[in-house]
Write a protein that binds this ligand. Structure first.
Ligand code: FAQ
Length: 310
């Protein structure tokens, strides 16, 4: 009875739009859902640096290189805010990383695809960051305070990322026929994986019902995906590229109807069988191991500083 009363009070707080803070009482399942979603989100930001890092040393100009470098650093920063926010749930960053390395924690499926050309830098910024923003703008109103506040800052940076990606694509689309083709091929490669980022259809989404009741998610996977499609198709047309879906059609309500996603591909990538899953994890583990001395040095420095204060 007591527990039901607490649950009702908790729900009433959420319904009244009051944020849940780390020291507040929360149901175990609420905490576990956030541990899963926020760590998956943090891992995605960090693993997501890899497809773009592939082009840092081969950017076509100093300007392009500086912008790409700043963008990738931002993604690392987003991972940092999100790990810090996720640590307020009582799980250490070491534990989150260990779960990632053991395959117990997921990261966004989209980062398991290769980036073979410079145009992929454009497609990632435009489509992947574009999809991330649609989702994250909604998450700024999520019920858990530290997560919502991290999202506000992240969204500001992501909108710059989306524009830099679109600029690359627009430039290539009005370049030589070969450049335009390269842009079209990158769009073809990233279109479907970007739509998959929003997760399975609502009817297949095991977590959505409870997450929406608790205000962790504010909008459903399909609603967010549709918002992204409706925003992005006119952008494709504006730069003279083709939507990689012959069935995409503008409906009288102003929304686009599109073909269904290849869900077998999505689940297969999530299970670890995408084109780059093993490469991405292997690289992350190596970088983590190589960085052990930096973490040890930072910790020793911190301890020394504390001794001086004492
Ligand atoms: N990839 O019941 P649902 C970025 C899993 S940040 C992998 O619908 P939920 C920035 C899901 O975990 C991108 N797994 O799940 C950037 C669940 O697993 P379970 C990351 C996925 O959580 C740009 C199962 O499927 N953004 O890109 C995916 O309610 C460029 C059933 O699904 C976020 O993480 C997926 N796409 O809704 C960085 C946003 N979708 O329970 C570098 C925060 C679903 O079986 C370069 N997350 N799954 O273990 C969310 O909003 C939600 O977690 C969803 C999924 C919408 C992703």
């Amino acid at each position: 009875m007591e527990n039901q009363k607490r649950l009702d009070e908790f729900q009433a707080k959420i319904d009244a739009g009051i944020k849940i803070e780390p020291k507040d009482w929360m149901p175990d399942k609420y905490r576990q859902t956030l541990v899963r979603q926020m760590s998956q989100h943090a891992h995605s930001e960090v693993i997501g640096m890899q497809p773009e890092a592939n082009w840092l040393t081969r950017a076509p100009s100093l300007r392009a290189k500086k912008i790409l470098m700043a963008k990738i650093q931002d993604e690392g920063g987003h991972g940092l805010y999100l790990y810090c926010a996720a640590e307020t749930l009582g799980v250490s960053r070491d534990q989150y990383i260990q779960w990632l390395h053991e395959g117990k924690s997921k990261y966004a499926s989209v980062f398991n695809y290769p980036s073979p050309t410079w145009a992929d830098m454009g497609a990632i910024g435009w489509l992947v960051d574009g999809a991330a923003i649609v989702n994250q703008v909604s998450l700024q109103r999520t019920s858990y305070g530290p997560y919502a506040r991290a999202m506000v800052r992240i969204c500001k940076e992501e909108s710059f990322h989306q524009r830099q990606g679109y600029e690359i694509m627009a430039e290539m689309a009005k370049g030589t026929p070969e450049q335009k083709e390269m842009a079209q091929e990158a769009l073809n490669r990233w279109w479907w994986p970007s739509l998959m980022m929003f997760g399975p259809h609502d009817k297949e989404s095991s977590n959505s019902g409870q997450s929406m009741k608790w205000g962790i998610k504010l909008e459903s996977n399909d609603d967010l995906r549709q918002q992204f499609i409706d925003k992005t198709i006119p952008q494709v047309e504006l730069i003279g590229l083709e939507v990689p879906d012959k069935n995409a059609k503008l409906m009288p309500n102003g929304s686009y109807k599109t073909s269904d996603i290849d869900w077998d591909e999505f689940w297969n990538v999530i299970k670890g069988n995408g084109p780059c899953n093993s490469q991405r994890l292997k690289h992350h583990k190596k970088a983590h191991d190589d960085g052990a001395w930096v973490r040890a040095a930072a910790e020793a420095y911190g301890k020394k500083q504390m001794e001086l204060v004492d």
